[in-house]
Design a protein. Structure first.
Length: 524
């Protein structure tokens, strides 16, 4: 018998797979309800209201699985769960349509002043001239984040006769063409869009992606929507641009803090809001509840789950053997994703030396999970990494080679984008650890860990001194530094490690040095 705590409002009908399981006991109560004995709970089902912190998990020593009936897992401390060996699962696509439809409803409402006009009529007014709207037809819609929800919005926008511009570093030309959208840069979207809607996860990269600097580039009168996560559009900066009349209207379903309380944006008539209702339909709630209930049941029946955020899908024994290679594969994938700034359509992995005796397919999945890390907040683990790559139009190739470049083992991965290819090679050396030994055409040797900075520069006397000088002036301690070059006086690279990430200002000072071709922070 296993006890399941359903801590948030989750569709009862969707819980059927568990209600129907004679081994399951369902408790529908809040986690702080004094009647709940947290210590015996084995599965916790939540939406976004319950914050699943490390402290809460500490009170639940028998907890095996946390299920999020929805997409975003930002209310769950996933690293803490992983450390405690607790599986976290979600329901990635059950609420896609509902959220896309809600976004579209918000967009239409915004353009036609529907909430304002509705309140006015209810107040016994009849102000037809005050609520003249704007058509969607013929307008440029900018979509930032072209995953499941972004794609559904694009489809609907096209039916409404809108031109769709999208920005998503993961979107390949082929997929954009298939969806009939124009894949472009964030700057183009800012400059050309009449309406901009964001549909990315909230990550360090996307937090404030629409901030003052971005808002400055937008058309006067631009309309902005956020039905993804509060903070993707910086709320303080947005309030400034609504106040000065540059932004013509805003629709928000999500806030940096929910509920937002007394919020500067709420006082403006052209800001329309809903209380995080994107996924609040009977259909979406039934879908996500059924998905997670089925997954929890599958898990307790001893079978692998398919929507886990953090579960390696192999036995503990094999996992231990493969662990060092697993880590380096993941790091190679993550380095690639941070270095390749364009859409990638192919990832080819070559294994050589002793690593070929292991389950390389598993390592390929680990590499993919590293590649997707920080881009997608759902479902990117070894269980379904290949499916995720396929969904995103990325071909994954795996081969075995005898060429280990002088190492006992070598994992080499090439990411092919529209314009360029980028190769990273790594190895694991017993009693020494993981090393990256090749980066984009250069032999090098560094530990893939922490805050790194990958610099491409010209091999000229004094360049290392100039870099050192800038860092020294800012009291930045270089933990390690490795250099590589192909020939004297030609192109060269250095990889530096720091105790903390460099600021934008420090990066820009380095970038301005004469000999520097490009700089690229890598955080592992
Ligand atoms: N308002 C609501 O009730 C709901 C909100 N959501 C939110 O919507 C978000 C999107 O959901 P899905 O489409 O299902 O996720 P998804 O993972 O299918 O799509 C996210 C897309 O964002 C892209 N992306 C990541 N970093 C980016 C960046 N720096 N710039 C541009 N694009 C970037 C990814 O490549 C991916 O294609 C979720 O993360 C969740 O936070 C989801 C469901 C309901
Ligand atoms: O449970 C909800 O209603 C929130 C849905 C959501 O934001 C998500 O699935 O990421």
């Amino acid at each position: 018998m296993y006890q399941i705590l359903v801590a948030d409002a989750i569709s009862e009908e969707g819980l059927y797979p568990l209600l129907n399981d004679t081994n399951a006991e369902i408790i529908q109560k809040k986690t702080d309800d004094p009647e709940v004995d947290l210590s015996t709970i084995k599965a916790l089902l939540v939406r976004s209201a319950t914050k699943v912190t490390d402290e809460l998990m500490a009170e639940m020593p028998n907890l095996k699985i946390i299920a999020r009936a929805g997409v975003g897992v930002d209310n769950i401390d996933v690293p803490a769960a992983t450390k405690r060996g607790i599986i976290v699962i979600n329901a990635p696509d059950g609420n896609t349509i509902s959220t896309a439809e809600h976004t579209f409803a918000m967009m239409a409402s915004l353009m036609r002043n529907i909430p304002q006009a509705h309140s006015s009529v209810k107040n016994l007014e009849w102000k037809r001239n005050q609520y003249v709207g704007t058509e969607l037809f013929g307008k440029n819609l900018g979509i930032v984040g072209m995953g499941r929800i972004g794609s559904e919005i694009a489809k609907r926008a096209k039916v409404f006769g809108m031109s769709v511009l999208v920005f998503d570093p993961f979107l390949t030309k082929e997929r954009a063409a298939k969806l009939g959208v124009e894949s472009t840069t964030l700057d183009e979207i800012l400059q050309r869009s009449d309406i901009i809607t964001v549909h990315t996860p909230l990550t360090p990269e996307t937090k404030g992606i629409i901030n003052e600097e971005a808002l400055k580039k937008t058309k006067k009168g631009v309309r902005l929507l956020n039905c993804a996560r509060g903070g993707i559009i910086d709320e303080q900066d947005l309030a400034k641009y609504v106040a000065n009349g540059h932004v013509g209207g805003v629709a928000l379903d999500v806030f940096e803090t929910e509920p937002p309380g007394e919020h500067p944006l709420l006082k403006y008539d052209n800001v329309i809001v809903t209380p995080h209702l994107g996924a609040s339909t009977k259909e979406a709630q039934l879908n996500v509840a059924t998905q997670v209930a089925q997954e929890v049941r599958t898990y307790f029946e001893g079978n692998p789950v398919s929507n886990s955020i953090n579960l390696p899908a192999i036995s503990k024994d094999i996992y231990e053997k493969i662990q060092p290679f697993y880590q380096i594969s993941k790091q190679i994938g993550n380095i690639l994703t941070q270095c390749v700034k364009e859409g990638v359509h192919e990832l080819s992995i070559t294994y050589s030396g002793s690593v070929t005796e292991l389950e390389t397919a598993y390592l390929t999945k680990a590499m993919l999970s590293g590649f997707f890390k920080g881009r997608i907040d759902v479902n990117v683990n070894e269980v379904n990494a290949l499916l995720t790559a396929k969904e995103r139009g990325i071909t994954v190739g795996e081969k075995i080679s005898t060429e280990a470049f002088g190492y006992d083992n070598c994992i080499s991965v090439t990411a092919k984008g529209e314009e360029n290819a980028f190769t990273v090679r790594g190895t694991f050396i017993d009693h020494y650890g993981p090393r990256i030994v090749y980066l984009n055409g250069f032999n090098i040797d560094f530990l893939p860990e922490g805050n790194l900075l990958y610099i491409q520069h010209m091999d000229r006397p004094g360049v290392i001194g100039h870099v050192g000088q800038v860092l020294g002036d800012h009291h930045i301690n270089i933990a390690t530094m490795q250099v590589g070059r192909k020939q004297a006086g030609g192109e060269a690279i250095m990889v530096l490690a720091f105790d903390k990430p460099l600021s934008e200002n420090e990066l820009s000072l380095l970038n301005n040095l004469d000999e520097i071709v490009s700089i690229n922070p890598i955080i592992l």
